[in-house]
Design a protein around this ligand. Structure first.
Ligand SMILES: N[C@@H](CCC(=O)N[C@@H](CS)C(=O)NCC(=O)O)C(=O)O
Length: 203
């Protein structure tokens, strides 16, 4: 049974959604970031960076495995479950490309924007505008990639599981930009029982 320590942020939801979709048995431990629970000494023994998510797999390779970084957790879950990684080498390379874009560029830009809009006292329209344009441009290429496809590389992969939680809260921005393929894909993802179960962390 894998223990998942997480919270309802894009990165935290990514691990929860992937575990729920995988069918692997897991136990959820929801941390309250506002109360500083990620900075508690006991949790920092698992994750010295004091961030979520973290998994602890008592039956990992070579014994107990403690792992952080939502992207690394997704790759671990994909390997352990034998799911979400295309068998075809070209599709696998593409899935890794979209997976990296979601975990690095999109998650990083999205969380920077969230911070600028909600926590930063001085609001700079130029800085906020820069990150908004950057995010919209990344969403545009994802929208183009999804034309005529149900999933980013044609089958459910780590790319979709990495992207969906990062942009689920960005529906107004996506609607305003008119990214119809992305909106359709978001509906497909939201309707999956595993995705819905993982996203329940928000409630
Ligand atoms: N790149 C890391 C980012 C981890 C991260 O920054 N997590 C944030 C929430 S999204 C966190 O735990 N912040 C600590 C806090 O707010 O106390 C990942 O994908 O796991």
């Amino acid at each position: 049974m894998i223990d998942l320590y997480t919270a309802p942020t894009g990165n935290g939801l990514r691990a929860a959604v992937a575990l729920a979709e995988s069918g692997l048995p897991y136990k959820l431990h929801k941390l309250d970031l506002a109360k500083g629970e990620a900075k508690a000494a006991e949790y920092m023994k698992l994750n010295p960076a004091a961030v979520i998510p973290t998994i602890v797999d008592p039956e990992g390779p070579g014994g107990k495995k403690v792992l952080s970084q939502s992207g690394a957790i997704l790759l671990y879950i994909a390997e352990k479950s034998g799911k979400f990684m295309p068998k075809d080498a070209a599709k696998k390379a593409d899935a890794l490309q979209w997976f990296m874009q979601a975990c690095s560029d999109i998650a990083g830009t999205g969380s920077t924007l969230f911070h600028l809009n909600t926590h930063t006292p001085e609001k700079s329209p130029a800085i906020i505008g820069y990150f908004e344009t950057r995010l919209v441009n990344m969403l545009k290429v994802a929208d183009q990639q999804l034309a005529g496809k149900d999933f980013l590389v044609g089958e459910l992969s780590i790319a979709d599981l990495a992207l969906y939680p990062a942009i689920a809260a960005r529906k107004p921005m996506i609607e305003k930009a008119g990214f119809a393929n992305l909106l359709k894909w978001m509906g497909t993802m939201a309707a999956r029982p595993g995705v819905a179960k993982g996203m329940q962390l928000q409630s």
